[in-house]
Write a protein that binds this ligand. Structure first.
Ligand code: NAD
Length: 283
């Protein structure tokens, strides 16, 4: 028997086929879970340069999961919108019967910019997507988990929450908020057998990362490929991360193997920031 058989997972931000959310959803399905894949499915009119997951891709993600032999349900929802999240969770419960696993993966930011040029609208949107979205999804799903006798929540934060990043103050603040929320929920929900943990991915090769690298490259007068090379060079494990690396950590946090872990944070960074990766010892 696969370790997640009989479980239903809801993964937000799963509407980009090569994004972390879709890869996580496929990983959980491969371990036997039925999966509700959700995404906003359309860009924000007020931030035309910021591209989010498209509707057709979400349907394709669900179809692919269906072909893996488990039930898959695609739902559109804006995690930052209270009503939309309420509808999403009600529909998931109606069609799938339960929710055992929640992966709060939807995230992003309308665009890095110097602090003095950062608009209040971009600040608020960034907090809304990453932090308020995580709060709202948890608030709606937790009553079901309590009713069912337990559950697993994984919040996707970021290395930026712990180390900071230039021009990413809103994103860093929101992701740091996600860690605070994780710790408090872990304490509050432990008596209900709900484990709440978080991941801090570093540089993971997705469309969102590519967009961020291209913006950073323009500012630094370099190419995105050059930046990638620099990052790989500064990473002890010698490469950028893959969505599969994050999905593997999610699978651990939602499996019985982590039943005694709550309020924990795992870096998925290849060791970035631990020390000088270029100094190879001569063994
Ligand atoms: P991605 O753009 O592929 O995934 C993010 C998804 O969230 C998109 O499909 C997008 O449509 C969705 N989304 C955005 N706003 C939403 C909203 N309001 N409601 C519902 N869905 C919404 O990017 P990714 O790199 O796969 O990122 C996934 C998560 O990992 C994000 O939370 C991101 O902040 C985090 N992260 C990524 C990296 C990285 O290097 N790629 C590093 C650290 C953390």
């Amino acid at each position: 028997m696969k370790r997640l058989e009989g479980k239903v997972a809801l993964v937000t931000g799963a509407g980009r086929q090569k994004g972390i959310g879709a890869v996580c959803a496929r990983r959980l399905a491969s371990e036997g879970a039925a999966v509700v894949v959700t995404d906003i499915g359309g860009n924000f009119a007020e931030f035309p340069d910021y591209k989010v997951g498209a509707g057709e891709e979400l349907a394709a993600v669900a179809e692919e999961i269906g072909r893996m032999g488990v039930k898959a349900l695609p739902l559109f929802a804006d995690v930052a919108d209270e009503e939309s999240v309420g509808i999403m969770v009600r529909e998931a419960k109606e069609k799938m019967g339960r929710i055992d696993i929640l992966v709060n993966n939807a995230g992003g930011s309308p665009g890095p910019a110097p602090l003095t040029q950062f608009s209040l609208a971009a600040w608020e949107k960034t907090l809304a997507i990453n932090l308020t979205g995580t709060f709202l999804c948890c608030r709606e799903v937790v009553p079901l988990m309590i009713e069912q006798g337990g559950g697993k929540i994984v919040n996707i934060s970021s290395r930026a929450a712990r180390r900071g990043a230039i021009w990413m103050h809103a994103y860093s603040a929101a992701k740091a908020g996600v860690l605070g929320l994780t710790y408090s929920m872990a304490v509050e929900l432990a008596p209900f057998n709900i484990c709440v943990n978080a991941l801090c991915p570093g540089d993971i090769e997705t469309e969102l990362k590519q967009w961020g690298l291209e913006m950073e490259a323009r500012v630094k007068g370099k190419t995105a490929a050059e930046l990638k090379e620099e990052i790989a060079g500064a990473t002890p494990l010698g490469r950028l991360g893959k969505p599969e690396d994050v999905a593997a950590a999610v699978a651990f946090f939602v499996s019985p193997d982590s039943d005694y872990l709550t309020g924990e944070v795992i870096n998925v960074t290849g060791g970035y920031g631990l020390g000088n990766a270029t100094a190879r010892p001569a063994y």
